[in-house]
Write a protein that binds this ligand. Structure first.
Ligand SMILES: NC(=O)c1ccc[n+]([C@@H]2O[C@H](COP(=O)([O-])OP(=O)(O)OC[C@H]3O[C@@H](n4cnc5c(N)ncnc54)[C@H](OP(=O)(O)O)[C@@H]3O)[C@@H](O)[C@H]2O)c1
Length: 259
């Protein structure tokens, strides 16, 4: 377990906090940093019972409804956070975007070109790629004065073009590759506008969540991380980041991944 100093934060924003890796981050920050506020976003109250039950006993946890495909909701959410932080004299030290989609309802990752569907591709891009650039747009007022803020979005190794050996999963792969390009470009612009921001994309490794559940059969047990282990590993990677790392793509063990 890493020392508590790695998460000595003033306020953290975790998007997709109602389940999976996002919920794991919320729990870890509340447990290891007794001062920090945590803003957690969820999309649907009905699937956020665990998060709401945490908030009942933890006043530092503030919950906000957010569907990341709606820019107006992203803007409103960040305005609220910006206002509260200003009034409390806190600053945002971590923004961790854990929202992502591989399958939902009738949408499954494509195994071949026969399954390509334009509407599904758009959904992948809206959730996995465009959300982060909209977030970056509306984060500027909150980040432009901060000394050190990590803005991390969870990507996936399968979004690496250089590493693609298997094909398939067209929408998910391409939307994560687009996310990576967005984050790289955001890092370059933030160098001028938000000079204390460290912008990175992180591959969490295969982690036991709803997202990976249908695809876990062929994963060796030692390669399937628990949420706690995943969050611990990613926290360690983030704790070691410097401004020079902004614009990079890191794996769960801190190694850099090819674009
Ligand atoms: N688990 C893995 O093995 C693995 C591997 C590589 C990369 N990743 C990446 O890690 C990130 C976290 O995934 P996870 O494993 O924690 O998956 P998860 O348990 O399925 O959680 C995904 C989160 O994204 C939210 N979400 C989806 N669409 C949304 C939308 N339109 N607006 C707001 N929130 C939305 C979900 O909310 P709802 O509950 O409301 O749907 C949920 O909070 C994703 O970016 C994923 O691609 C995961």
């Amino acid at each position: 377990m890493e020392s508590v100093t790695e998460l000595m934060v003033s306020a953290t924003l975790v998007l997709g906090a109602n389940r999976g890796i996002g919920l794991g981050f919320v729990k870890r920050i509340l447990a290891y940093d007794k001062e920090s506020w945590v803003y957690g976003t969820y999309r649907d109250r009905d699937s956020a019972a665990a998060l709401f039950s945490l908030a009942e006993h933890e006043p530092r946890l503030r919950l906000l409804a957010l569907d990341v495909t709606e820019e107006s909701q992203i803007e409103a959410c960040l305005l609220t956070i910006g206002q509260e932080l200003k009034e409390s004299g806190r600053s945002l030290t971590h923004v961790i975007n854990c929202v992502g989609m591989l399958h939902q309802d009738n949408l499954q990752p494509e195994k071949s070109l026969r399954q390509i569907d334009a509407a599904n591709l758009l959904t992948y891009f809206q959730v996995n790629s465009i959300a982060s650039i909209l977030l970056a747009k509306h984060l500027v007022p909150l980040l432009k004065q901060t000394d050190r803020t990590i803005f991390a979005t969870l990507s996936a190794k399968v979004g690496s073009i250089g590493d693609n050996q298997l094909g398939g999963w067209y929408g998910y792969r391409a939307s994560k590759a687009a996310l990576n390009m967005f984050m790289k470009s955001i890092a370059l612009e933030y160098r001028r506008t938000c000079k204390g921001a460290i912008v990175v994309v992180l591959h969490p490794g295969t982690t036991d969540t709803r997202l990976s559940q249908p695809f876990q059969r062929n994963v060796a047990p030692e390669k399937l991380f628990s949420v706690d282990r995943c969050v611990e590993q990613l926290s360690k990677v983030m704790a070691g980041l410097t401004l020079e790392d902004s614009g990079e793509f890191f794996s769960w063990d801190g190694t850099r991944l090819p674009w």
